[in-house]
Structures are given as structure tokens and as C-alpha cells.
Design a protein around this ligand. Structure first.
Ligand code: NAD
Length: 492
């Protein structure tokens, strides 16, 4: 807690209103900028440079020249050391980075300081360790005198496009493996939350990562992101964001047969069986939806409760929910911050209204809130009387809104859970370990948590089934998405 207090009391170190290209701050074309706002106070934080397609060209040129120059000459072990140094440097400035993330996103300082930033550091260190351990194989083939081996080479210039909910963390999920594998990066952070990405790139230069290896070009989604996806000088796009934008990116990327990994939306089921520890399950359901203001791709936003335990579980959950009050994100005790923008809150409230019109009942919350008359806060919301086919149970809301649905037995639970276009994550709560594994095997989800929810680790792959995307981030699996495999045959 004291770290969060210290962070909140600092003067934030804000980046200049410039792009970071080729290891230096440069003006955007025409010196265009936009204002980034603190959603908790509705006040401007600072100006941010707004890139154009021509700026993307400059960033790609810098990234290509680093790829073919200094970065190629840097040994794998040295790359690992540099990434590790970046983690150390970030750790030294953890309070400042946490503060800037909270100001820009509205998330509680407790989360930025104790979850987001430590997870970024951990992710950098995890992939620093991989840098000199990415190897090919020697393969026994049918001919007796043929030597065959594979090489793992960088894919080239990676275009990383990231959302606003975990701004630096989701950037690190891409930048860390990309650099470990020897790629260079052009990163477009979400316009709402570009500050920490710019700061990280400058820090990378300070620790000795060569100019052009990491470039940051904030700006409009279709203008800057679209230019990156269409760019012939970019070899791979690593995208995290909405399914709708991801589909557009996939179509555009097809023209140049660009490598692509997509981490998209979700509407994740959290299944509570009557034989579970109901206190733990209520707490898990609560954290599963309200952590990160529910602006979490894998949020457990559909809660399925076995009928025999339904009323008891709901009572525990609603009591907890009513104790959670939105508060000043800079206060170290706050656990529910401001939604990221007015648009986002309006969109979440519109979903709740739609649910009400469909016949759902608001058990608690359902309304906007403010703190000292300001901000895009919202009361944490639980809806009952929901049917899984309602829009409120099918569409991603991306806010602190939980729908609850009763079920009878594991078969129905699995059928309801899988009745969704998404397949990002799922939770299962039961004391019957055999049932837990059987249900986990049947769920169409890239991650299943048993008797826990929202646990992530740099070493464990994360990604979606169905319209939640393809490709995996984190873990050893991510390395496959940042390398090409070359097969070499050697004759006599
Ligand atoms: P978004 O899709 O609107 O934007 C994501 C990024 O794409 C931003 O940087 C945006 O500027 C850029 N972009 C927008 N239009 C573009 C275009 N036409 N071409 C290229 N880039 C474009 O998403 P968001 O609102 O920032 O984030 C919320 C969404 O992200 C939710 O749907 C959420 O589920 C998803 N998300 C998924 C994961 C995951 O790991 N699966 C993690 C976090 C968020």
C-alpha cells in the first residue's frame, strides 16, 4: 500500500508531444497533436503527438534500418541483457509509470502499482531469459546422408497495435517476445492511453537498446493502425483490441499475406457448481468481473450458477458488490476507478438499458456515478433474470456489469458457456476435481481457471478460440509468432 501512496504523491513525468522514432523525439507531420484526458477528473493531462501515414513510413524505415543494422549485429545473449536492463530501469521508475498509467486510464493506483507495472517487468524478464534459448532442431530424414536442420529467424518488423485497458502491459506482451526473437517494433498505442508506451520507448534507449528497435506512433486507429497493417515494410501485426477492428485488420493484412496474431473480445463464462466453496466462488465471481472496472477482455461477465446454490451465491455476491464504491483512482484504498472515457461509460450504460428493455432485472448498480462531481465512474452492476440468448448475455460490454444465469448440471453449464461467438476464457468452481477437469476439457476457451479467476503469468500462453482471435501471447508459444522457421538441407 505504501508504494501506491508514494506513487500517487509524485509529480508525473510526462513525455513531450512528439513521436518516438529512430531513438529520438520527433515532431509528427504538421506537428499535429491531440489532448489526452484524465477520465477521473475530466481534466487534460497533456498533448500527445498524432502520427500520420507519412510518420508510419518514417517509423518503419527506422525499424528496418535497425533490423538490418545494429540489432542484427547484437547477439542473442546481449539482446537478453538489454531487455533485462529495461526491466530493471522500469522497476526503478515503477512509481512514476504507475502514476502516469492511472492518470491516463482511470484505473486505481493500487492496480497500476501492484499489478500492471510488476507484470510488465516480469514479462520483460521472462522473455529476456528466452533470447538466447530460441533454437532450431536437427531432424532425422529418410535419406541416410542428408543433414537437415532448422533455424529460427526473426519475422522482421513487427507492428504492435494495442488497446487502452492495460496500456503498458499489453504492449509488453508483444514488445518483449518481439525483441527477444530479434525483431524490431513499430508500436501504435491506443490514443486514449499512449503515455506509458512513449515513456517505455525512451527508457529502452536509455538502457542501450539501439535507435530504431522500438518506435512509438500514437494516432488515429484507422489512419495510423490502417497504414501499419497495409505497410509493405511491416512483416507481422500483433493486435489486441475489439473483434470488429480485428476482422478489418485480418482482411487488410491478407493483401500482403502479413503474419498476424489477434487477441480480441470476450464474453467469458464463470461457472459455479453447487458443490463449490461458495464464499470463494462469490469472491472469485466478484473479482472476475469488477477487477479492472470490468474493462478486461477475459472478464467473467457471464456468471452461471447451479440452481441449488443460486440464491445463496447471489446474496453473497451482491453484498460484496454493494460494498464496492467507485473512488478517486489516486487513493491507495480505491478498488474501482473511472471508466476510461465518457464514450465508454455511455456505451456500458446503453448495454444495461438494453438488458432492462429485454426483461433483465438490476439487482444492484446500473447507474453512472461520480467522485466529487467529476469523472466517468459507474456503480458496479449485477443483472438477474437474464437468458443466455439476450443481447446483454451475448455482446461484450467491457465494463463493470455482470449477468447471472442459473443452470442445472454440468451438461447444461457447458452448453450455455459455449453458446457464444467468443472463446477467450472461462472459470469453473467446484470441489469435485474430476468434474472440474471434465468441464475444463469441454469448454471452448483459450484459458480455463479452476477455483480461481483472472490469473495470468508471463510463462502461460493466453489467447482465444472462435471470435476471440488466434495466435497465443505469452509463454513459449508466443515465440512461434515472432520467428520464421527456415529448413536447411545439406547434401553430400
Ligand atoms: P479497439 O479495437 O477499438 O482498438 C484497439 C487498437 O486498434 C487501438 O490502438 C486503436 O486505435 C486501433 N485501431 C482502431 N481501428 C483500427 C483500424 N481500422 N486499423 C488498425 N488499428 C485500429 O479496442 P479498444 O476499444 O482499444 O479495446 C477494447 C477491446 O479490446 C475489447 O473488445 C477487448 O475485449 C479487447 N481486448 C482484448 C484483449 C485480449 O487479449 N484478447 C485484451 C484487451 C482488450
Amino acid at each position: 500500500m505504501s508504494g501506491a501512496t508514494e506513487a500517487a504523491e509524485l509529480q508525473p513525468q510526462l513525455p513531450p508531444a512528439k513521436l518516438w522514432i529512430g531513438g529520438e523525439w520527433v515532431e509528427s507531420e504538421g506537428n499535429r497533436t491531440f489532448t489526452t484526458e484524465n477520465p477521473a477528473t475530466e481534466e487534460a493531462i497533456c498533448e500527445v503527438a498524432s502520427a500520420s501515414a507519412a510518420d508510419v513510413d518514417r517509423a518503419v524505415e527506422a525499424a528496418r534500418s535497425a533490423l538490418e543494422g545494429d540489432w542484427r549485429k547484437t547477439s542473442a545473449r546481449e539482446r537478453g541483457k538489454l531487455i533485462w536492463r529495461l526491466a530493471d530501469a522500469l522497476e526503478e521508475r515503477i512509481q512514476d509509470f504507475a502514476l502516469v498509467e492511472t492518470l491516463d486510464n482511470g484505473k486505481p493506483i493500487f492496480e497500476s502499482r501492484y499489478v500492471d507495472m510488476p507484470s510488465v517487468i516480469d514479462c520483460l524478464r521472462y522473455y529476456a531469459g528466452w533470447a538466447d534459448k530460441i533454437t532450431g532442431e536437427t531432424l532425422p530424414l529418410s535419406g541416410p546422408m542428408v543433414l537437415n536442420y532448422t533455424l529460427r529467424e526473426p519475422v522482421g518488423v513487427v507492428g504492435a497495435i494495442t488497446p487502452w485497458n492495460f496500456p503498458l502491459l499489453l504492449a509488453a506482451w508483444k514488445i518483449a517476445p518481439a525483441l527477444a526473437c530479434g525483431n524490431t517494433v513499430v508500436h501504435k498505442p491506443a490514443s486514449l492511453t499512449a503515455l506509458t508506451a512513449l515513456k517505455l520507448a525512451e527508457l529502452a534507449s536509455e538502457v542501450g537498446i539501439p535507435p530504431g528497435v522500438l518506435n512509438v506512433v500514437p494516432g488515429g486507429g484507422s489512419e495510423v493502425g490502417g497504414a501499419m497493417v497495409a505497410h509493405e515494410g511491416i512483416n507481422k501485426i500483433a493486435f489486441t483490441g475489439s473483434t470488429e477492428v480485428g476482422v478489418g485488420i485480418a482482411k487488410l493484412a491478407a493483401d500482403s499475406v502479413k503474419r498476424l496474431s489477434l487477441e480480441l473480445g470476450g464474453k467469458s463464462p464463470n461457472i459455479v457448481f453447487a458443490d463449490s466453496d461458495l464464499d470463494a466462488a462469490a469472491k472469485g465471481a466478484f473479482n472476475g468481473i469488477f477487477y479492472g472496472k470490468g474493462e478486461v477482455c477475459a472478464a467473467g461477465s457471464r456468471l452461471f450458477v447451479e440452481r441449488a446454490a443460486h440464491d445463496e451465491l447471489l446474496e453473497k455476491l451482491i453484498a460484496r458488490t454493494e460494498r464496492l464504491q467507485p473512488g478517486d483512482p489516486l487513493h491507495p484504498k480505491t478498488r474501482l476507478g473511472s471508466l476510461v472515457s465518457k464514450n465508454q461509460r455511455d456505451s456500458v450504460l446503453a448495454h444495461v438499458e438494453k438488458g432492462r428493455a429485454e426483461g433483465a432485472e438490476i439487482a444492484t448498480g446500473g447507474v453512472a456515478a461520480n467522485v466529487e462531481g467529476k469523472g466517468y465512474f459507474m456503480q458496479p452492476t449485477v443483472l438477474t433474470g437474464v437468458d443466455n440468448s439476450m443481447a446483454i448475455a451475448q455482446e461484450e460490454i467491457f465494463g463493470p456489469v455482470l449477468v447471472t444465469i442459473p443452470f442445472d448440471g454440468p451438461e447444461e453449464a457447458v452448453a450455455l458457456a459455449n453458446a457464444s461467438v467468443y472463446g477467450l476464457a472461462a472459470g469453473v468452481w467446484t470441489r469435485d476435481i474430476g468434474k472440474a477437469h471434465r468441464v475444463a476439457a469441454q469448454l471452448e476457451a483459450g484459458t480455463v481457471w479452476i477455483n480461481q479467476y483472472n490469473w495470468y503469468d508471463a510463462g502461460a500462453p493466453f489467447g482465444g478460440y472462435k471470435r476471440s482471435g488466434y495466435g497465443r501471447e505469452l509463454g513459449r508459444q508466443a515465440l512461434d509468432h515472432y520467428t520464421e522457421t527456415k529448413t536447411v538441407f545439406v547434401g553430400k
